[in-house]
Design a protein around this ligand. Structure first.
Ligand code: ATP
Length: 255
């Protein structure tokens, strides 16, 4: 059988906090073009694994390849420049900025970041700003947030903030987005919309790794599902295989 083309491949990852082995020799793979799920009981190490993959915390050991290149020595913003970006369990939006400003902050390699370029390339700067704003508005339109573009992000509901955080990742031209519990604390109607957006972005070529406790979301979105328990790999398979795996069931019942 032909080997699947892996976009993210992490092996032998470990991280301890004092005496707690939060992630213990774990591995995970995200195939290019897939929506991959990461599940496990509370405290299984899912968020720690996400933090390791995106280099928000350094592993004690292990290796991470993204697009066949090692990334474990790169800071998160350099990883984002390569097309690998994440969201957080509690959406991190800047409440005192407008929804549109939140979107524009994510634009990579802006001429305006460089003092000299601002002085000498004013025309380029203006057309770049115009293009970025158009792009941001078009993404906001596609997720139903354009009417709120000039509202403070802090005025959005919890679910809308999650949607804004996801929409913002698109400004970075991502190849892979890690979503940390996109459905947590979100009303059912918005959960359905978020799932449709994820499927739509996946159709456009973006791969996803999703942590989620809502099994309906995992089962409806994912091609493959990885299960962690007590920091180590417990199972990996299709959603149907995982649903019928007794060890997985026991890990959840035993929590
Ligand atoms: N910064 C930290 N300091 C100490 N212990 C931590 C830290 N972060 C995580 N842990 C511990 O590591 C273990 C794994 O936690 P983690 O948050 O990664 O699990 P999780 O699977 O994401 O859980 P949940 O589904 O409840 O969010 C837990 O025992 C947790 O208490």
């Amino acid at each position: 059988m032909q080997q699947a083309d892996s976009l993210l491949n992490a092996t032998q990852l470990s991280k301890s906090f004092g005496g707690i082995k939060a992630v213990n020799n774990a591995h995970i793979r995200v195939d290019r073009g897939s929506i991959t799920g990461l599940i496990g009981p509370n405290g299984a190490g899912k968020t720690t694994l996400f933090n390791l993959l995106s280099n928000f915390i350094r592993p004690d050991s292990g290796s991470i390849l993204f697009d066949n290149q090692p990334i474990h020595s790169l800071p998160p913003h350099k990883i984002a420049e390569r097309g690998f970006i994440r969201t957080f369990q509690v959406a991190r939006v800047l409440s005192r900025l407008s929804v549109l400003e939140n979107m524009l902050l994510a634009t990579p390699n802006q001429t305006g970041e460089n003092f000299f370029k601002v002085w000498f390339q004013q025309g380029k700067l203006r057309s770049e700003e115009r293009a970025n704003k158009e792009r941001a508005m078009s993404i906001l339109e596609s997720v139903g947030l354009s009417a709120k573009a000039y509202d403070y992000a802090g005025a959005l509901s919890g679910g809308q903030r999650k949607l804004l955080e996801m929409a913002r990742t698109l400004m970075t031209n991502p190849k892979l987005i890690l979503l940390d519990e996109p459905a947590a604390g979100v009303n059912p109607t918005l959960i359905n919309q978020i799932c449709e957006h994820i499927l739509d972005w996946n159709q456009q070529g973006i791969s996803f790794l999703v942590i989620e406790h809502n099994m309906d979301v995992i089962m409806s979105l994912c091609d493959r599902v990885w299960v962690l328990a007590e920091g180590t790999n417990l199972a990996e398979g299709t959603p149907a295989e995982i649903q019928n795996n007794n060890e997985v069931l026991e890990a959840y019942l035993g929590q």
